[in-house]
Design a protein around this ligand. Structure first.
Ligand SMILES: *Cc1c(COP(=O)(O)O)cnc(C)c1O
Length: 362
């Protein structure tokens, strides 16, 4: 097997230990003579996996007991619809705090299909030409059903390390790409959604953590499969769940716990991203267009100053075993994702390559 460094933003690399464990038990899960993907989702063996994953997630994120954890399908995009369908009354309105691509997509989904969404542009270009989050723009309007934000903007490389004070208005957050990368205070949120394919498991499953008093408000025409109350009632088995993804999430959560939990993940993610940003900052060959305080610890977005070298940079990276460093198509430039599974060495390898490429093109 050739050795590669995988910087894809999602689906993305998973810990080697997790991949190997899954491989080992793929044909025979715990002596059942069947693989996990062959088990009924209602079998005792799978139910055990499902319950364990929830318990681990609750433990690692310190989820209070008045929150439900739902395991679903439909991805982040599905939740962009599920959120208004579950929380926005027919004649109500919601505030959307937009800091990048994914929060804008969530705003549009609500605005175009489900009701009144109020757009709050919460980033601006500062006098140094850097994009910055403006938390003072994150103000709820009178009577809002909820306020929405995306904590880590995977495409833009912008992460919000502060939270707005929304008072009694529930704050709903998309944490698809930064869940489990640092400790969070779940009690500050009405709901948190995340697709597992950024950082947790293979694509296929989406998780909603929701405060129980927010259940039971769905619109009449909300499809049952998107209705959080229905999913809660059926313990996330209203339809056949994505069993493989759920199982892999369980393995990964065990891995995180064994290393010391989210606090340790945070320490590693700070170390990796600092190494990369410090180099980029020191170089006149590259440029980071995000204010230092708002730079994502898991999606390092940067540009070559000479953009005509982009294709060569990506090709040269690939030749050296660095895969997935091209930026998202809506933004261009480069992006290296350094999720939990990426060892410190992966950041060192990246910096090494950045240096060599810059030296060769001076
Ligand atoms: C990838 C991503 C999404 C979209 O997820 P899908 O599962 O592809 O619908 C939404 N939000 C964030 C923050 C993401 O990174």
């Amino acid at each position: 097997m050739s050795k590669v460094w995988n910087y894809y933003a999602g689906p993305c690399m998973l810990p080697v230990e997790v991949m190997e464990k899954a491989q080992k038990e793929f044909r025979d899960f715990e002596g059942t003579g069947m693989g996990v993907v062959e088990l009924s989702h209602r079998s005792a063996e799978f139910m055990k996996v499902a319950k364990e994953a929830e318990a681990l997630l609750r433990e690692l994120l310190n989820i209070p007991s008045n929150y439900r954890v739902l395991f679903e399908q439909g991805g982040g995009r599905g939740q962009f619809a599920a959120i208004p369908l579950n929380l926005l009354p027919e004649n109500g309105h919601a505030d959307y705090f937009v800091t990048g691509h994914w929060s804008r997509c969530a705003f549009k989904e609500c605005d175009e299909h489900f009701g009144k969404a109020i757009l709050h542009e919460c980033t601006f270009e500062n006098k140094d030409g850097l994009y910055e989050v403006d938390y003072s723009k994150m103000k709820v309007t009178e009577g809002a059903a909820y306020a929405y934000m995306c904590i880590n903007e995977t495409v833009n490389g912008i992460e919000s390390f502060e939270l707005p004070d929304t008072g009694d208005v529930p704050l709903i957050a998309d944490m698809s790409s930064d869940i489990l990368t640092r400790p969070i205070d779940v009690s500050k949120f009405g709901a948190i959604i995340f697709g597992v394919q950024k950082n947790v498991a293979p694509a296929g499953m989406t998780v909603t953590i929701v405060r129980e008093d927010l259940l039971g408000k769905a619109r009449k025409y909300c499809p049952s499969i998107m209705n959080w109350s229905v999913l809660d009632k059926f313990e996330s088995m209203y339809n056949t769940p994505c069993t493989f993804s759920w199982y892999m999430a369980c393995l990964n959560l065990k891995w995180i716990k064994s290393l010391g939990g989210v606090k340790e993940m945070e320490r590693r993610n700070i170390a990796k991203s600092k190494m990369v940003y410090d180099y980029l900052e020191s170089s006149d060959f590259y440029r980071v267009r995000i204010a230092a305080k708002d730079r994502s610890r898991v999606n390092c977005v940067f540009n070559l100053k000479d953009e005509s070298l982009n294709d060569e940079f990506v090709a040269e990276g690939k030749k050296n075993g660095l895969v997935g460093i091209k930026g998202h198509k809506v933004l261009g430039g480069m992006r290296a994702s350094l999720y939990n599974a990426m060892p410190i060495e992966g950041a060192e390898v990246l910096v090494d390559f950045l240096k060599k490429f810059a030296a060769a093109h001076k």
